[in-house]
Design a binder for this molecule. Structure first.
Ligand SMILES: [Zn+2]
Length: 220
């Protein structure tokens, strides 16, 4: 995941990521801040009220007297393993995220579900659908990768059994969860339609509509 590229023994706040300079260091927000929110003021215009770390750079205050709201006995204390890792299935992860969204009044949980679908699940489904059709064929015995399936049906090099590099399972992976979410939150019709279209594409890719499995009872 995130491999350290260099180790710094002395931290110079000017050298850290600029985003970290946006931490507000006041112990309390001033009344003027709340009044400004009611007027929908531009954040840049109230920046001076918030005592940002950015304005402390180069002075001794860049290291000390930083305000906080919740005390701790150990500054290194915190989650060692993130819940993204402890929660096993994608459904568990999504449920945990949506549960949090429901608890926070400022967050619209249906909108969260919508964004997860639009930005993660749908691009993943479409990407894998395309990857399945464009995939290469691999021989697990000698590890040769073929751009097209050899007509021989087996590996021309060693005669080994050929295998796919993108599987049906990874194409459909997020289909059910996407359908479930769109129903549960009654998401916009356009989004539901996109899911239906993707489902149809997946079905047309994996099921041959010329072959119909019939039972004897179908004829009577
Ligand atoms: Zn082979």
């Amino acid at each position: 995941m995130d491999l350290p590229l260099l180790v710094t023994t002395r931290i110079d706040p000017r050298e850290v990521d600029k985003e970290a300079h946006n931490i507000d260091a006041t112990y309390r927000y001033p009344l003027a801040f709340y009044e400004a929110t009611l007027l929908h003021k531009n954040p840049k215009d109230v920046e001076h009220l918030m005592d940002l770390v950015a304005s402390r750079l180069g002075s001794p205050l860049q290291y000390e007297n930083l305000g906080f709201t919740h005390d701790t006995s150990n500054i290194s204390g915190g989650p060692i393993v993130s819940s993204y890792k402890t929660l096993k299935t994608m459904m568990d992860k999504i449920d945990a995220q949506l549960k949090l969204a429901m608890l926070i009044r400022a967050v619209d949980d249906a909108d969260v579900a919508c964004k997860v679908l639009e930005r993660h699940f749908l691009p993943d489904l479409l990407g894998n659908l395309r990857a399945f059709s464009k995939q290469t064929i691999r021989c697990p015995l000698c590890n040769t990768v073929y751009r097209r399936a050899p007509l021989k049906g087996v590996c021309p090099k060693c005669g080994g059994k050929l295998t796919l590099t993108v599987h049906k399972k990874s194409v459909e992976k997020y289909l059910e969860i996407s359908k479930e979410l769109s129903e549960r939150y009654d998401l916009p019709y356009y989004l539901k339609q996109r899911i239906t279209l993707i489902e149809k594409s997946i079905q047309s890719l994996f099921t041959n509509d010329k072959v119909k499995i019939k039972k004897l009872s179908d004829f009577f």
